[in-house]
Structures are given as structure tokens and as C-alpha cells.
Design a protein around this ligand. Structure first.
Ligand code: NAP
Length: 552
């Protein structure tokens, strides 16, 4: 397909509709990719549907939104300047801090001039005769590039269940993942929060502080670990700066990309009393340290898991004063870690407030939304505001929103109809020169560490292609099949398959083919696999001009 030249520049990229690389998305991953291409001297533009940068940290402005990774590790590792100059205020960064950080990084590295905001990409088509991608924006413009990078976000397409009567509701309703930038007036209102995943858990305590009444509609209780947030002192910030090399080295070695030391301890290594003490220490340490600094086998050994799961239930019973409410909040149908555990900022404590009630919808589902509220069974709960904290169509969900056509006009939507298939979560067979960041089948873990691994690989791959006069690359079918087998094997070694309706397995979206959406084998082994794929004479890939490989 030929690209269209237009007379006269209208936007920063009108004059350069032929680029080396196009990046879709200006969140944490897209910005990092933009930087990588620019630093290699390639022409690149990013296209972002939102009016501003930030991705997740632009859209998720709901009360309580903040990182669950420690702020100094939810950051870019590539820039010494950023590390030296940015001050993290708290252990867990708020949405506002994350957004400010990304703006600061963009300013420092001059990224904004290379981003088209308010620009949704509706289609991307690969042309085998030129080995180039052409993207079409929703307003009908076209741009072409040799490389296409999809940085669409792991959790960026909000999911709202198809509740009957949703359009009849006469109050205000909000979706956490599309929170209005002007904020929402919840003061003195009767508010319903539907959903008790990581998002609902963050929102409830803060909504309860301003609302007249909060009804939390819970279908599945989660194991909420205390975050134990705190303000960082100058001394701590200096220490972090001094130790940054070791912090990143530790994060890269850690299975989930966190800068935590390994527990190096398993259930049988300690007495029952010591076991309890270790769990207590992890609970006090806060955040995911409870999972990763206590016992290495919590998600793999059923007995170790049962002890830790019961430990959390005991904590819930100790915190929540009303025994019936405490029992409702205790997860009993899935083991700890089989669904992504939320971090709480006084979540269980919120249920001791007089203005917070739990509405159990585990047996009797929400039957409809009415003009005045939400009906469960025959009971109508009258509310002024509904907050949908009902999650995302993770991984592949955002890809379905773009008509992506690879070699031979193949549609990605069709290729992935029964589950996404990639090599290393980075590339898909029949979609040459398309690189994914935080896409399906990429490693599960601390996102910036995963992003850094992916972007570094993409940069090296592009360099390698240029040095070897390769103008198209795509993974072999066999490599894609093996990656899927590896993913499945790792997931099956853990409690993950027991997570009812887990977004990590695509189980939260009705009709979505259940599949393992992420690589749970560890960030360290992932980086090794990526290195091997480049060093192994590109044996996992077809390279050259695509017409040479069109028959594969
Ligand atoms: P989620 O974990 O998928 O939770 C969605 C919630 O909505 C669940 O409680 C679900 O119940 C409920 N729900 C869905 N459909 C329902 C229905 N028809 N009736 C009643 N309840 C319904 O989504 P999320 O809370 O947005 O979190 C998704 C992921 O985003 C997290 O796991 C995390 O990785 C990420 N996140 C990260 C942070 C952070 O790092 N700071 C913060 C927020 C989110 P069931 O469980 O019964 O399906």
C-alpha cells in the first residue's frame, strides 16, 4: 500500500509521514520505546488516543490510585539524570506523582514533540512489497514506518459488565479506568462501588471519607495485603540514589521484577512457631513483601499456601469488628496468589466505619441497574453514584480495538480468536516488524522492569537487522508454539489455575478464550530467553524480505 503525501505540514508529523518507527501509546512503555528509537537516531512518532501522556497514569485518576510497586522501582532505569533529579515523595506513588514523573521525564528527554495526542489508531496494515506498516488514524490520516511498536498497555481497556438497565440510571456513574480529569463530586452522596479487585480496594477507603454512604458490591473477596505506605525522608531518598545499581540488579534477578531479596526459605525449613513469626514480619513489612520475602513456595506448595491464606483470614477477622462482615471479606474459594492480591491502604478498616456496608453478590448476582440504584435479587439498593471498578480486558483486549493486518492480510483478531500467540510476548507470527510492549504473553511482574527488558530487546533487534541488512523479521511458528507451552507449564506449577475469573488467565471476560496471558517463569529467566533469541543466530525467526518467507 502506498503512503499518501500531503501538501504542507499541519502537525509535527505531517511532513514526515514516512518514519522508521511508529509507536502506538504514550504510557510508560510507549514513551520508553520512543526514547529508544530516538537515541538510535531513527525517526519515530508516537500516537496516543488520550489528550496527554501517561497511559494508565493518565486514565486512572480515581480516588486512591497509586502504584503497588515501591515508587523508586516503578521508574525508568535507563536515565541516570532522572534518578538523580526526581524525588519520590512516598513509598507508593500516587497517580498524580506518577503522572508528574512521566511529564518530568518527557520534558527532560524532549518526547512531547514526537507524540500526536488525541489520535486513536484504528488500523495498521503490513505491506509485503515494501516491508512497511501503514497506520490509519481515526480521523483518516495515514503514516508509514518500517517498525510498528504496540505499547497498548497491559490493563488499558476497561471492562464494564453488561448489566441490564445501565442506561436507565439517573445518577452519575464513573468507570475507574476512565476517571474524569475534572474529578467526581462524591461528597455527601450515596455511592456504590462494584468490584473488589486492586482498584476497588484502593478506592473504597477514600470514597468512604467523603461519601455519605458507601455500598461495596463484592462477588469475590480478595486477599488484601497491607501496603504500609510512608513518606520518604531525604535520608532514604539519598540512600536509594546511592544504591540504585544494586536495586536494579536485584529487581532484574527477582522473579517478579521487584527489588526484594529472595526469602531462600521454604515451609519445611522452619518450625510452626518460626513460620508464624516470618509471616508476621512479612505482614508488618507491607506490600508484596508478605508474598516474596517470607516463603518462596507460597504459590507453589499447597500446604505453604494454606498456612499463608489462613494467616490473612485471621488478620481480616482481627481487624473487622463485625464478625459477619469479616466472614464475607475472607476469601475461601481461591488460594492466596491465584488472583492478583491487592494492596490495601486501610481497606479492611474501612468496613468498621458506620457509613460502609458490604453487599454480597456472590450467590445472588446484580440483576439490574434501575433509575435509582442497583438491584440484587429483589432488593433495590438506592444510590446517587455508581463506581464501576470491574476491571479490564487484559493483554489482548486492547489489540482487538485496532484492525491489525499482517502478512497476506491476516487479521490479528482472527489469529488470536482462541488465545493470543506470540514469541516472548514480543512478536507474532505473520506480523513482521511488529513489536509488542507489555502485550499478552509478556512476563508478569513489576511493569517498568518488564518494559525495560522488552524495549532493550527491540532496540538490539533493530540494530541487528540494520547491521545485517535484514528488513523484515517475524518469529517462526515453532518458536511461538514453544513459548505458549513454556507459559502454560509455568502457570500450571502454581496456584494460578485456581483463580476464579482471574484476568491473568482471561477468565474475567465473558466469552474470552481462557488462556495463560502472561509468562510466570520470572523476569530473570525471561531476559535470558530474550538474549538467547538474539544470540542464537536468530534461529527462532524468519528474516529477510518477507516475500522470501511468505510461504512459511
Ligand atoms: P479486577 O481485579 O479484574 O477486579 C474486578 C472486580 O470487579 C472483581 O472484584 C470482580 O469480581 C468484579 N466484577 C466484575 N464483574 C462483576 C459483576 N458482574 N458483578 C459483580 N462484580 C463484578 O480489576 P481491577 O481491580 O481493576 O484490577 C485489575 C488489575 O489492575 C490488578 O490486578 C492490578 O494488576 C492492576 N491494578 C494495579 C494497581 C496498582 O498497581 N496500584 C491498582 C489497581 C489495579 P470477581 O472477582 O468475582 O470476578
Amino acid at each position: 500500500m502506498a503512503h499518501t503525501e500531503t501538501p504542507g505540514p499541519e502537525t509535527p508529523h505531517e511532513a514526515t509521514r514516512r518514519l522508521d518507527a511508529i509507536v502506538i501509546g504514550a504510557g510508560l512503555g510507549g514513551l520508553r520505546a520512543l526514547h529508544e528509537f530516538r537515541s538510535k537516531g531513527l525517526s519515530v512518532a508516537a500516537f496516543e488516543a488520550a489528550p496527554d501522556l501517561g497511559g494508565t497514569w493518565y486514565w486512572n485518576r480515581y480516588p486512591g490510585a497509586r502504584t503497588d510497586s515501591e515508587s523508586w522501582t516503578y521508574a525508568y532505569a535507563f536515565s541516570q539524570e532522572l534518578q538523580d533529579e526526581w524525588d519520590w515523595p512516598e513509598r507508593f506513588a500516587t497517580q498524580a506523582d506518577m503522572y508528574a514523573y512521566l511529564c518530568f521525564a518527557a520534558e527532560k528527554h524532549g518526547w512531547r514533540d514526537h507524540i500526536e495526542f488525541d489520535t486513536r489508531v484504528s488500523a495498521a496494515t503490513f505491506d509485503e512489497t515494501t516491508n512497511r506498516w501503514t497506520i490509519t488514524t481515526q480521523d483518516g490520516r495515514q503514516f508509514s514506518a518500517q517498525f510498528l511498536v504496540t505499547a497498548l498497555g497491559l490493563l488499558s481497556r476497561p471492562y464494564i459488565p453488561a448489566f441490564a438497565g445501565i442506561n436507565d440510571f439517573q445518577g452519575d456513574w464513573f468507570v475507574t479506568g476512565r476517571w474524569p480529569s475534572e474529578g467526581a463530586d462524591l461528597a455527601g452522596k450515596r455511592v456504590a462501588v462494584i468490584g473488589t479487585g486492586a482498584t476497588g480496594v484502593q478506592a473504597v477507603p477514600l470514597v468512604a471519607k467523603v461519601a455519605d454512604h458507601v455500598s461495596v458490591f463484592q462477588r469475590t473477596p480478595n486477599f488484601v495485603l497491607p501496603a504500609r505506605n510512608y513518606t520518604l525522608t531525604d535520608f532514604e531518598r539519598e540512600q536509594i540514589r546511592r544504591d540504585y545499581d544494586e536495586i536494579w540488579a536485584m529487581a532484574r534477578r527477582h522473579p517478579l521484577g521487584y527489588a526484594f531479596p529472595r526469602a531462600n526459605r521454604r515451609r519445611g525449613d522452619v518450625t510452626p512457631e518460626e513460620h508464624r513469626q516470618v509471616l508476621e514480619a512479612g505482614w508488618e513489612a507491607g506490600g508484596f513483601r508478605f508474598l516474596y520475602e517470607t516463603f518462596d513456595d507460597i504459590t507453589t506448595d499447597p500446604e505453604a499456601n494454606a498456612i499463608a491464606s489462613e494467616f490473612v483470614r485471621e488478620k481480616i477477622r482481627a481487624i473487622v469488628k463485625d464478625p459477619a462482615t469479616a466472614e464475607l471479606l475472607c476469601p475461601k474459594d481461591h488460594p492466596l496468589g491465584s488472583k492478583r492480591p491487592p494492596l490495601g491502604h486501610f481497606y479492611y478498616e474501612a468496613f468498621n466505619r458506620e457509613n460502609v456496608e458490604i453487599v454480597d453478590v456472590s450467590r445472588e448476582p446484580i440483576s439490574r441497574i434501575t433509575p435509582r440504584g442497583i438491584t440484587v435479587g429483589n432488593v433495590e439498593h438506592e444510590v446517587d453514584v455508581i463506581i464501576f471498578a470491574t476491571g479490564f480486558d487484559a493483554g489482548s483486549g486492547s489489540y482487538d480495538l485496532i484492525d491489525i493486518r499482517g502478512r497476506g492480510g491476516q487479521a490479528l483478531r482472527e489469529a488470536w480468536a482462541s488465545g493470543a500467540r506470540t514469541h516472548l510476548g514480543l512478536m507474532a507470527h505473520a506480523f513482521p516488524n511488529m513489536f509488542m510492549i507489555s502485550g499478552p504473553q509478556s512476563p508478569f511482574g513489576n511493569i517498568p522492569v518488564v518494559v525495560e527488558a522488552a524495549v532493550t530487546w527491540i532496540g538490539r533487534c533493530v540494530e541487528r537487522m540494520r547491521a545485517s541488512s535484514i528488513d523484515a523479521i517475524e518469529p517462526r511458528r515453532s518458536a511461538v508454539r514453544e513459548w505458549h507451552e513454556r507459559l502454560t507449564k509455568f502457570a500450571n506449577m502454581t496456584v494460578l489455575p485456581q483463580g476464579t475469573r482471574s484476568w491473568m488467565l482471561g477468565g474475567n471476560i465473558p466469552g474470552k478464550a481462557p488462556d495463560v496471558l502472561f509468562y510466570f517463569g520470572g523476569v530473570g529467566t525471561y531476559v535470558k530467553a530474550c538474549d538467547a533469541a538474539l544470540e542464537n543466530d536468530l534461529a527462532d525467526f524468519h528474516t529477510g524480505r518477507v516475500r522470501d518467507t511468505a510461504a512459511v
